[in-house]
Ligand binder design. Structure first.
Ligand code: SAM
Length: 213
């Protein structure tokens, strides 16, 4: 998702308390950022933030960090939050390629990848967020028992993500080719913006949950 450049987006973000502006300085110290020792869940590529805002509302005992590459998109999330800031939700504007500079070893308990950009050209495969290159990054800061949840309506991207696992130590814990009709996995499912849009068109949603142990 890349919205039209919004004049003033960077300035609006710079003035927001909901954004961690120097995330590399928080590395190893995210518990101090939130002021408690609650588990930390991170959504990478959160878009306008519908999912992570709703999760933070539902689960106040979990701290959430939403990561988004583009200021124009992050600004939309901040505007949604304007009347309703939550103490357990922070945002970071960054490219996830640098994510190992932002979280310390074992600091994160769960990673969410929702409707990640497919990067259809083969030569861009390593930019896909469920690629083996990104999985190797996640291993550096996800707690050993932590897990990663990925959902998409893009069959090709899902097949790619499954194939990538065979080059890694990650194991599938749960998987479905039709999330909304999977009695167990659909329980408590919070829909993202893309999920609402594509499932309303009749597209099935694919999902896996993976971990290393
Ligand atoms: N997760 C949201 C949803 O399901 O509605 C948005 C999905 S949108 C297709 C993907 C989002 O990921 C975009 O907002 C894009 O800017 C962001 N994104 C893609 N690559 C990223 C990266 N390397 N680092 C941070 N954000 C990224």
């Amino acid at each position: 998702m890349r919205l039209k450049n919004i004049p003033g987006a960077r300035e609006a973000i710079a003035g927001s308390d909901l954004v961690v502006h120097e995330p590399m300085q928080a590395k190893g110290g995210w518990r101090q950022v939130f002021g408690n020792g609650h588990p930390i869940h991170v959504e990478i590529g959160m878009g306008k933030g519908k999912f992570i805002c709703e999760m933070a509302r539902r689960f106040p005992e979990i701290n959430y960090v939403g990561i988004e590459k583009y200021s124009s998109v992050l600004l939309r999330a901040l505007q949604k939050m304007a009347c309703d800031p939550l103490p357990n939700l922070k945002f970071v504007r960054m490219d996830a390629e640098e994510i190992t500079e932002v979280f310390g070893r074992g600091e994160v308990d769960r990673i969410y990848l929702n409707f990640s950009d497919p990067w259809p050209k083969d030569r861009h495969a390593k930019r896909r967020l469920p690629s083996r290159q990104f999985l190797a990054r996640y291993e550096q800061f996800l707690r050993a028992e932590g897990d990663l949840e990925f959902k998409t309506d893009n069959r090709g991207l899902f097949e790619f993500a499954l194939e990538e696992l065979s080059h890694t130590d990650w194991k599938i814990r749960k998987m479905t080719y039709d999330l909304h009709h999977d009695e167990e996995m659909a329980q408590g499912n919070v829909m993202t913006e893309y999920e609402e849009r594509f499932s309303s068109m009749g597209n099935p949603i694919y999902k896996y949950v993976i971990s290393r142990i």
